[in-house]
Design a protein around this ligand. Structure first.
Ligand code: PLP
Length: 416
């Protein structure tokens, strides 16, 4: 195992050379979308030059399109630990989740129940609450506001024999909490329900193994893990075959095509394959003996997770020392394995928007607001006053960037 080669990592991402008002750009906006390696840009451009045709034709560019699509399914299968036919591409996680909820709605009966949480991004809430139209009951799982963790006792109470689906996030895109999704899946299955895991925020930070998790569905968005704008749904083969998607008649009824409505974003798929290849190369550089593509990907997560953990250990205690700062989420370094390096704060006397604008002028990119984790922002009582400031670390960030951010926030803190 070698040390984390941050110089090599940063050399892969051309956007990291950007300057704003003379300051080097510091991208702490990863939870809203990450930057992409050069190879992703090249793969997308290359696809548009040499494979720009629709599928299943009797000529070379069409055959290449088929190959681009097959490669993208194989790449995502390597990343998630499943078969390529169990991978469904779409424009983004939200659209895929609405497609799945509409299909599920066709088979629901009045009185069936769906469990959602107050920690989740609204894309794993509204597609399910929409099913109230079918007479379905929505059960809400609360959080522990003190550390923004999911109230698992409440979840146990809310899962009943009438539950058809439990929708839970792998990690919170607002406060970084990692949920015990293995236990959520177990509880769902014990009640005869399906488990739908939103891994959008977890995927840039930790390895995913859908076979081991045994979840029925899992969604993620490649643009949050160094790829282009697109969405990916994993579904267990039997679930994807049993549910009835809305589809056009000439389109295939086999997997995964029955769920991939219309012509897909082929250049985006080429970019996704390149993003997965980037991660695999990171893994191979870190652990030269890593076995196969999946082994290399797991090695990449090993490497980036311990690097991110170091940045987090630099950031969190220093934030807690800033006068007037309120921190939302897990703060104890001994519990950092229960969170990803996404933190949310407020500073007394300043709106989150003011903070983000001040930082933005200095080339430091953060988000303010609720980032669509609307129920959480409401539950924490911060929604009426602009939500929180979100600082999202990923593995291309540096200790120097964290220092710059801390210095800028200290300058905004209330004086004695
Ligand atoms: C946790 C989480 N879930 C879902 C989404 C929605 O993803 P998409 O933009 O691919 O629809 C996001 C986007 O920010 C997210 O952070």
């Amino acid at each position: 195992m070698t040390t984390f080669d941050i110089d090599w990592v940063r050399s892969q991402f051309p956007a990291l050379a950007m300057k704003v008002n003379g300051y080097p750009a510091a991208f702490f906006d990863g939870p809203g979308g990450t930057q992409v390696p050069q190879r992703v840009i090249d793969a997308m451009g290359g696809c548009l030059v040499s494979s720009n045709a629709n599928t299943h034709g009797a000529f070379v560019t069409s055959r290449r399109s088929d190959a681009v699509i097959a490669a993208a399914h194989a790449a995502m299968a390597d990343l998630l630990g499943c078969d390529p036919e169990e991978i469904v591409f779409g424009p983004n996680m939200t659209t895929l989740t609405f497609a799945l909820s509409r299909a599920l709605g066709r088979d629901l009966e009045p009185g069936d129940e769906i469990v959602v949480t107050r920690l989740d991004h609204d894309a794993n809430v509204s597609p399910w609450t929409a099913l109230e139209e079918h007479g379905c009951l929505i059960r809400w799982v609360d959080i522990h506001p003190a550390d923004c963790t999911l109230d698992m006792e409440d979840l146990r109470r809310k899962v009943t024999p009438r539950t058809r689906l439990v929708a839970v996030g792998y990690a919170s895109n607002a406060v970084g909490t990692i949920n015990d999704v293995g236990e959520v899946v177990r509880l769902a299955h014990e009640a005869g329900a399906a488990a739908y895991i939103d891994a959008v925020h977890y995927a840039p930070h930790g390895p995913i193994d859908v076979s081991r998790l045994d979840c029925d569905f899992l969604v993620c968005s490649p643009y949050k893990f160094f790829g282009p704008h697109s969405g990916v749904l994993y579904g267990k083969r039997e679930r994807l075959l049993r549910l009835r998607p809305y589809k056009v008649r000439p389109a295939t009824d086999s997997l995964p095509g029955r769920w991939e409505t219309g012509t897909q974003n082929h250049e985006g798929m080429a970019g996704v394959t390149a993003a997965v290849e980037y991660l695999a190369e990171l893994g191979r550089r870190h652990t030269p003996g890593a076995l196969g593509q999946r082994g290399a990907l797991l090695a990449a997560y090993d490497a980036l997770r311990s690097y991110e953990r170091r940045l987090l250990a630099q950031l969190v205690p220093a934030l807690l020392e800033i006068p007037g700062l309120t921190f939302y989420g897990i703060t104890e370094p001994g519990r950092f394995d229960q969170r990803v390096p996404t933190v949310a704060v407020r500073i007394a006397g300043r709106s989150p928007r003011e903070l983000a604008a001040y930082l933005g002028e200095r080339g430091i990119f953060t988000w303010d607001g609720n980032y669509y984790a609307l129920n959480l922002s409401e539950r924490l009582g911060v929604e009426p006053s602009g939500g929180m400031l979100r600082i999202g670390l990923v593995h291309y960030n540096t200790a120097e960037e964290v220092d710059r951010l801390l210095a800028a926030l200290r300058a905004l803190a209330p004086r004695g």
